[in-house]
Design a protein around this ligand. Structure first.
Ligand SMILES: Nc1nc2c(ncn2[C@@H]2O[C@H](COP(=O)(O)OP(=O)(O)O)[C@@H](O)[C@H]2O)c(=O)[nH]1
Ligand SMILES: [Mg+2]
Length: 371
């Protein structure tokens, strides 16, 4: 961790401690097969980043509400009344702002707390230093508004000057607004980043990673659905899976997380979606490679991608999909020898399956092999 990272993290931790914010809740899974040595941060739990104008609007309503209550009270004289109302208004306004700002930097994961798989995935699309800068901006605004509030309340502790009282209150509001204006870009950036984080798989410690790979539309998401209780998007259009869908399954004593990778094409220069699939495959204990007998991608193309995947030296289950529509054994009769040639050439362990029960029993065999 760089020096300023440590400082920022410490600052954020301090704030969490001071204000009794619940610490980040990480799924803890005990397992006898710890193939993954990390838990993912639960990206689904990050709270939405409200728009700056909404945060200001909320602060104004909190202030008005407070004022309404205070106006009903009796006061010794007008000065005491105005001073009290101004002080309480500042408190209500800043409390609302600070709560919203704090929500942001305490609900996002600290970048260095993100597991390495997801760190690599997010680095494909985001400049990590930029993310840190934007998160830091929220922390900066929090500190600024907090001290501005203290300073304003101090100024109002004894004064008897009505004009001064109003000035201090109005200038507090204007300066808070201007602080938030300075970080306007960070509101927009972090909300977009949050939506992106939601597409990352929440990996579980102690679970084997089994990725499902193959061309778009071959039936990867359908297979994930058949094997686990996950509910991925299934569509006739390729590239439906932009998200990395994850499904959990316990097979005897083996805890497995299946990850449905985005459609991988066979290009020399891969795009972000394909790079995501590559990262997941490189962390997989086993890869299920789906061959589609409808050949909307030719057998040769599918074989080439299969060959690329065998270069990663993972154990592979070759799964022939859509066998309810096609007589897969017949369709692949003269092709399976080509697949076997690739297997032999790259010296990988492979099992051939036409249904889900074969996939599960092959997985057990492969995972036992590992131990
Ligand atoms: N009949 C049949 N259709 C399938 C099967 N697997 C996938 N499909 C269909 O093929 C299309 C693409 O499937 P999908 O799982 O989204 O493919 P992905 O892009 O590889 O995830 C969808 O219309 C599915 O309903 C299968 O085993 N049998
Ligand atoms: Mg899919």
């Amino acid at each position: 961790m760089k020096k300023d990272d440590v400082k920022l993290k410490k600052n954020i931790d301090d704030i969490k401690n001071i204000e009794n914010i619940e610490s980040i809740d990480i799924v803890d899974v005990n397992s006898n097969v710890p193939s993954v040595s990390f838990d993912s941060f639960d990206f689904q739990k990050i709270k939405p980043v409200e728009k700056k104008d909404v945060i200001i609007k909320n602060a104004f309503s909190a202030m008005r509400f407070k004022k309404k209550l205070l106006l009903k009270k009796k006061y010794k004289d007008d000065i005491v009344k105005e001073r009290h109302i101004a002080r309480e208004s500042i408190k209500a306004f800043s409390k609302s702002l600070l709560k919203n700002l704090k929500n942001v930097f305490t609900s996002f994961p600290f970048i260095t707390d993100i597991d390495e798989v997801n760190f690599k995935l997010l680095s494909l699309e985001y400049d990590v230093d930029k993310v840190k800068k934007h998160l830091g901006n929220f922390f900066w605004a929090y500190k600024k508004i907090y001290s501005l509030q203290k300073e304003s309340l101090r100024k109002l502790s004894r004064t008897k000057d009505l004009g001064f009282i109003n000035n201090v209150k109005n200038s507090f509001i204007a300066r808070s607004n201007s602080i938030l204006n300075q970080i306007n870009d960070s509101f927009v950036f972090l909300e977009e980043f949050r939506k992106f984080l939601k597409t990352l798989p929440v990996l579980k410690k102690g679970y084997f990673i089994v990725s499902i790979a193959g061309f778009p539309n071959v039936g990867k998401s359908t297979l994930l659905k058949k094997v686990t209780s996950a509910n991925p998007e299934i569509n006739v259009y390729p590239f439906t899976t932009k998200k990395l869908n994850l499904g959990l399954k316990v097979v005897d004593s083996f805890k497995i997380q299946f990850i449905d990778t985005p459609g991988t094409l066979n290009r020399e220069k891969s795009n972000v979606i394909e790079k995501k699939a590559e990262i997941i495959i490189s962390y997989s204990d086993v890869v299920v490679y789906v061959f589609d007998p409808s050949f909307s991608y030719s057998f040769e193309e599918q074989l080439k991608l299969f060959e690329n995947i065998t270069l990663k030296k993972k154990k592979v289950i070759v799964y022939f999909s859509k066998c309810d529509l096609f007589d897969c054994k017949k369709v692949f009769e003269d092709k399976i020898s080509k697949i076997k040639e690739v297997v032999k050439k790259n010296d990988v362990k492979v099992s051939f399956c036409y249904d889900v029960s074969c996939i599960l029993s092959s997985l057990k065999d492969f995972l036992l092999m590992k131990e």
